[in-house]
Design a protein around this ligand. Structure first.
Ligand code: SF4
Ligand code: SF4
Length: 117
């Protein structure tokens, strides 16, 4: 999902004009993306002359940190070593499922790309 780095955005409105679903508006001189409307086409990344539209992948370290904080918070609900171990196993299952979804989606996208050649 795209997001706007407000430090870099100069408010030129190029992204607003190029968004196919009118998901970008101007708020206090900066572009603002309505994630409910955004279809994640990536056009705004391409057209921004300031590289102000950033990619989600830059938030990976932050998201990992949030996941770990989430796991630590939930772990406090379990008292015994056994309960904690079982809980961690469930977390591993959860993240393995997320990983599987991403891997299979990437494989399918590769198949689509191969069809287009
Ligand atoms: S990714 Fe596409 S739909 Fe989403 S805000 Fe950017 S241009 Fe609009
Ligand atoms: S194209 Fe870039 S600099 Fe211009 S308004 Fe959009 S995000 Fe800001």
């Amino acid at each position: 999902m795209p997001w706007v780095d407000k430090e870099k955005c100069t408010g030129c409105t190029i992204c607003v004009k190029n968004c196919p679903v009118e998901a970008i508006s101007m708020e206090n001189g900066n572009a603002e993306i309505d994630m409910d409307k955004c279809i994640r086409c990536g056009k705004c990344h391409e057209v921004c002359p300031q590289e102000a539209v950033r990619h989600d992948s830059e938030k990976i370290p932050q998201e990992i940190e949030e996941n770990i904080e989430w796991a630590k918070r939930l772990m406090k609900h379990y008292k015994t070593k056994k309960e904690k171990k079982e809980f961690l196993k469930r977390m591993v299952k959860h993240f393995n499922k997320e990983k599987k979804v991403a891997e299979e989606s990437l494989n399918k996208i590769k198949e689509i790309e191969a069809d287009k050649k």
